[in-house]
Structure formats: structure tokens, C-alpha cells
Design a protein around this ligand. Structure first.
Ligand SMILES: Cc1ncc(COP(=O)(O)O)c(C=O)c1O
Length: 321
């Protein structure tokens, strides 16, 4: 993801709205030195006919964020509903009328020497126009990296903890330098975990297969959406089970899922074609369904979305908060 950030973007930082150019942290900040932050990534999709911006599953993202913050003993002092309201307000203030990306970040904010944690925390929410990301329109060539996926007992991968992303950074750097578009990481036990910043699915003999949460994956919200769409719209059997590396070479279809990559077909893996070497029919259908749902074009899935340009009273939070 590259891109110019508008320094005048209104962001939430240190409990107030401020310009992005003013949202700065000091060099001794704990999170900067030790990776003690927890972040999220949320997308909003512009629906032109409705003149509306829809946030994709903000409730799930904010709930995951709050829960993950608990791993680092960071308390985000707002409810899921309040975070949704704050974010929608930010988007309106910035007047976005196009696809957006929102980055919530909570972090250990004390400035001092020493790794021990204290209770000084801060959080920020930074919105931006959706940045360009990996172009998967023609299908990706993925490579298994020599770096292994971090173990839950080292740094919990499900936590979206800033420091843990060194794992994905090393993996994707190696993959790109070796001529691949993206890296696939194995666990220490040698099973397929996920890609550097997305989850992985295979199609084999008509079933959709993905590694379970216990394989050190990030429990992706796109992963969950795709499993629901596959089950309910395509009547596909979805199986969460350990996946061997060699299954990557014999499967019929493969794709990655993530807020940024959405549903990204993989057509080659480790210099071998995936199935026919073309984007497969299940992948194509799921990609289409996901795009339609995220833009609010499928009535049955509008419950996932939060409209930004309507009263926030419509943002129901259920009983989870
Ligand atoms: C390591 C990792 N795995 C998977 C995902 C996909 O998760 P989600 O679909 O919630 O964006 C992401 C992206 O957030 C990620 O960083």
C-alpha cells in the first residue's frame, strides 16, 4: 500500500479531533519501541446510486479490536457503538464520497525506558481514501516463505498486535524478492497458516477448506463473511481443518481473503498452476458476492453494513457490548 496521505485529514488522536499532520508520537513511546499496539483495518464502500458510504462489518471489527486490546491490557474507553459513531462522524467531517479505509490503533503510550507495561494507553482512528493494494484481478502467484507463522504462545497472531507484523513483513519481503506476489506462511508444525496479511482458502472436490483458528491465524472478518456467503448463497460445504503444504499443489482453486485484498484469486503457487491456472468458478462467484454484499447490493447481507450518511441510531450493537 503506497499513497499520499492528505495532511489535513481530520483524525481522532489523543481524545480530540485534529489534523493528521498534528497526530504525532514521541520517539520514546513504548509502542514504537516494543510494538505494543493493537490495530484494526476497516473498509467503507461507496454506493453511488444510493449516495451512501457503507462501513463493512464495523461492529465485528471494533469488537475484535477491543477484545484484542485486552491481550495487551489496553482498555479502549468507548463501546463498540460509540466507536462506530465516532468513525462515522469522522468520515462525514472529511466528506468522503468514495471507498475508504479506516485504521483504529490503540497503543501503550508512555515515553520511557524499560519494557514492562503500565496503564498509560492511547488510541487513534485514522480514516483515508481506500489505498491501492495488491492487484489480484488476473490472479496472484503466491510462494511458501521460509519464515514460519508466529506461535500463539510467542505472540498471539489473532491479536493484530503491531509487533507481530514483523512476521508478515519478513515473509512478504522474501516472497516479493523471490518474484512472488504474496507469501504463504506455514506453522512450526508445517501446516498452512495464512498469507502475510490475509487468510487462505482452497477448493478441493467441491468443498471450501480453510485452516482453523487454532493454526495461529488471524481470525479474519472477511474469512467469516466468505464462509457465510459460501454456505448460504452457494450451498457449499465449508471445512475448517489443518491443511498440508502439498495440498496447495493439488487443490482446484485457491484464494486469499482480507479487508484489503477482499477475495483475491491465487492462480500459481510455488511455480505450479493452481488447478487450471485460471481464476476458478467458486473463487469468481465468491469474489462477486463479496463485492455485491460489501456495496449494499444484496438485501440479505445489508445487516453487515453501517451507513455513514444516515443517523447513527441505525447502528444497532446487539448484546455483544
Ligand atoms: C495477518 C492477517 N491475516 C488475515 C487478515 C484478514 O483479516 P480481515 O479479513 O479481518 O481483514 C489480516 C488483515 O487484517 C491480517 O493482517
Amino acid at each position: 500500500m503506497t499513497g499520499e496521505f492528505n495532511p489535513e485529514t481530520i483524525v481522532f488522536f489523543e481524545n480530540r479531533l485534529t489534523a493528521l499532520s498534528e497526530a504525532r508520537v514521541g520517539i520514546l513511546t513504548h509502542a514504537l519501541n516494543f510494538g505494543t499496539g493493537v490495530f484494526e483495518g476497516i473498509r467503507g464502500y461507496w454506493n453511488e446510486p444510493e449516495n451512501q458510504l457503507f462501513l463493512m462489518r464495523p461492529r465485528e471489527h471494533f469488537l475484535r479490536w477491543k477484545q484484542n486490546c485486552g491481550i495487551l491490557r489496553i482498555e479502549v474507553p468507548l463501546s463498540v457503538a460509540e466507536l462506530g459513531e465516532l468513525t462515522a462522524g469522522l468520515l462525514r467531517r472529511n466528506g468522503y464520497r468514495g471507498d475508504v479505509y479506516i485504521k483504529p490503533l490503540a497503543y501503550k503510550s508512555s515515553q520511557r525506558i524499560g519494557i514492562h507495561m503500565d496503564d498509560q494507553n492511547a488510541f487513534a482512528i485514522v480514516p483515508m481514501p481506500a489505498p491501492a493494494y495488491l492487484d489480484s484481478s488476473q490472479g496472484l502467484h503466491a510462494g511458501v516463505t521460509s519464515w514460519r507463522r508466529i506461535e500463539d504462545n510467542a505472540i498471539p497472531g489473532r491479536g493484530k498486535i503491531c509487533g507481530s507484523y514483523v512476521n508478515g513483513v519478513l515473509a512478504s519481503d522474501e516472497a516479493r524478492r523471490n518474484g512472488f506476489d504474496e507469501a504463504i506462511l506455514l506453522t512450526e508444525a508445517g501446516h498452512v497458516a495464512e498469507a502475510a496479511s490475509s487468510n487462505i482458502f482452497l477448493v478441493r472436490r467441491g468443498k471450501l477448506i480453510t485452516p482453523p483458528a487454532s493454526e495461529n491465524i488471524l481470525e479474519g472478518i472477511t474469512r467469516d463473511s466468505v464462509m457465510e456467503l459460501a454456505r448460504k448463497e452457494l450451498r457449499l460445504e465449508v471445512v475448517e481443518r489443518p491443511v498440508d503444504r502439498s495440498e496447495l499443489y493439488v487443490c482446484d482453486e485457491m484464494f486469499f481473503t482480507g479487508t484489503m485484498v477482499e477475495v483475491a484469486p491465487v492462480v500459481r503457487v510455488d511455480h505450479r498452476p493452481v488447478g487450471s491456472g485460471q481464476i476458478g468458478p467458486v473463487t469468481a462467484e465468491l469474489r462477486h458476492l463479496y463485492t455485491q454484499a460489501a456495496h449494499g447490493r444484496l438485501e440479505a447481507w445489508r445487516q453487515w453494513l453501517m451507513p455513514v450518511y444516515e443517523p447513527v441510531a441505525n447502528f444497532s450493537v446487539g448484546s455483544a457490548v
